[in-house]
Design a protein around this ligand. Structure first.
Ligand SMILES: C[S@@+](CC[C@H](N)C(=O)[O-])C[C@H]1O[C@@H](n2cnc3c(N)ncnc32)[C@H](O)[C@@H]1O
Length: 276
């Protein structure tokens, strides 16, 4: 009991310190410092040679995409994401190798993009110039670009057959959720596929009681919108929200509860762009 009270006190103190840092405009820099510290702490098991033969990014870049700098989890998580993507595409008659052009939206340092070295027309984009510079220097089979926090992307209308965004909508502010869905729809060809992963039933323990009520009513809940795009900003998507105006212009092919094996236990959602 005493432990639980101590834990609640520590969580409250952490929350208050974040609020103070945000008011001072120092939350983003503080998050960066924390990321570096955690990256150092969770790294240490690096090896020179890995099964795919590609270089592995430094711990701080691994930390930003995987929540830990752990070398083995970076590789395993990417592999598991590939398995989950192949499985859900396969259930709807598609394979990554059949696409002429695909995009990893919010690719970070290419944890999952690196799995497609045998595919053609592989693109990745992200907010982070540091992550994109690493991808450009180390993943020669792909084309990589930075983008802004708001649309547009650099790609032409209907240029892509497949777009996936793993743990990206999970970090967008509410006003940008619809804007990015419309933008991803624009760059997909009619009939093209979009795969996103979201925080759903596997994450409801992070919601306060009042937020849980909103979530259960089908409303999006977002924490720390002021640092949108960072891992602290967390969006929680109930299935009903995903099936509503959020997915306008798409047919929702499958809601795979906690099926995002590389971003556990997120949900993965496959949509097809409707013509028109
Ligand atoms: C949790 S990481 C996941 C990275 C990668 N998708 C993966 O699963 O390994 C979230 C990524 O989304 C990126 N991101 C957040 N908002 C974005 C936006 N509006 N446009 C592009 N990338 C964004 C972040 O920079 C970060 O690299």
């Amino acid at each position: 009991m005493q432990q639980a009270t101590g834990g609640a006190f520590a969580a409250r103190a952490k929350h208050i310190s974040k609020v103070i840092l945000q008011r001072l405009g120092l939350l983003r820099p503080a998050l960066r410092v924390r990321e570096r510290m955690l990256a150092v702490r969770s790294s240490g098991n690096e090896r020179q040679s890995v099964p795919d033969g590609l270089p592995v990014p430094p711990a701080v870049l691994r930390m930003r995409v995987a929540g830990t700098g752990d070398f083995d989890w970076f590789l395993q998580g990417g592999e598991r994401a590939e398995t989950a993507i192949r499985a859900i595409l396969g259930r709807h008659g598609a394979r990554p190798e059949q696409f002429g052009a695909m995009l990893d939206f919010g690719c970070g340092c290419g944890r999952v993009t690196r799995r497609w070295s045998a595919c053609t027309g592989v693109h990745g984009c992200d907010l982070s110039a540091e992550a994109i510079a690493w991808c450009r220097a180390n993943l020669p089979f792909g084309e990589f670009a930075t983008n802004g926090g708001k649309p547009p992307l650099r790609y032409h209308d209907a240029a892509l057959d497949f777009v996936y965004a793993l743990s990206v909508f999970t970090h967008l502010a509410e006003d940008l959720q619809g804007a990015w869905m419309r933008e991803l729809r624009r760059v997909l060809r009619p009939g093209g596929l979009l795969l996103i992963t979201t925080h759903g039933a596997g994450f409801t323990q992070h919601l306060a009681q009042s937020e849980r009520g909103c979530y259960d009513d089908g409303e999006l809940v977002v924490h720390w919108q002021g640092v949108a795009g960072s891992n602290l900003c967390s969006a929680f998507h109930p299935e009903g929200y995903l099936r509503g105006p959020f997915s306008e212009g798409f047919e929702l092919l499958e809601f795979d509860s906690q099926g995002a094996l590389g971003n556990p236990p997120q949900d993965q959602v496959l949509l097809r762009k409707l013509a028109g």
